[in-house]
Design a binder for this molecule. Structure first.
Ligand SMILES: [Zn+2]
Length: 207
């Protein structure tokens, strides 16, 4: 991103400045330069989980926060979409829908999309307390069609959950990695009886 546009793009001063700063870590750069670096980082590296693809939810569909400072993160909540991958992204992107999750895993290949930053509170649990303390992961499929829960989906989701557990020091067990159906007050039953919890928890522990 070109911050100081009054300057010719490849001026001698810019080239010298770039060369001089090339070896300096971003965190140590002067403010103006750090601002440019931050803007570039925001455009190209927004995800919290490097393998994920950033597919932003509408800002009307989650609550800004600075977790884990404002709220501790001590749960991962597992969901099944009851929609296709593409339709789920469209729903999260629609400001009328008032729903989101941090991550969405695609059935066919386990591809991971991140839709809400982990620092922010996604609206997935239907329970404010559980939303504030959890990371929500949606999986493409239907609770009564476990064929959607492919090897790739289990494996890539488990790697994601393992990374989240490591980051926030969340125990990798069924007390802390829960289904939406276990959230108090919910009327949802996902991920449903077709979800292989024994396999999933084993994968999370050995990912
Ligand atoms: Zn759910």
């Amino acid at each position: 991103m070109d911050m100081d546009r009054a300057e010719p793009r490849f001026s001698r001063r810019r080239l010298l400045k770039g060369a001089a700063l090339a070896a300096v870590p971003y965190a140590l750069l002067p403010d103006a330069r750090a601002g440019a670096a931050t803007a570039t980082a925001t455009a190209t590296a927004t995800v919290d989980y490097p393998p994920a693809e950033w597919r932003a939810a509408s800002s009307s569909n989650y609550t800004l926060s600075d977790r884990p400072d404002e709220y501790a993160v001590d749960r991962v909540i597992i969901h099944v979409t009851q929609e296709t991958y593409a339709d789920t992204l469209a729903i999260f992107g629609n400001p009328q829908k008032k729903v989101s999750a941090h991550y969405l895993v695609r059935s066919a290949d386990g591809h991971v999309a991140q839709c809400v930053h982990e620092a922010d509170i996604a609206w997935h649990a239907g329970n404010w307390t559980y939303n504030t303390r959890s990371i929500g992961i949606e999986h493409e499929g239907w609770v009564d069609q476990p064929a959607y829960f492919t090897d790739a989906l289990y494996e890539q989701s488990a790697k994601l959950t393992a990374a989240i557990c490591a980051k926030y020091r969340i125990p990798r067990d069924r007390e802390h990695i829960i289904g939406h159906y276990q959230v108090p007050g919910t009327d949802h039953d996902d991920p449903g009886p077709g979800w292989d919890w024994v396999r999933y928890i084993r994968l999370v522990n050995f990912a």
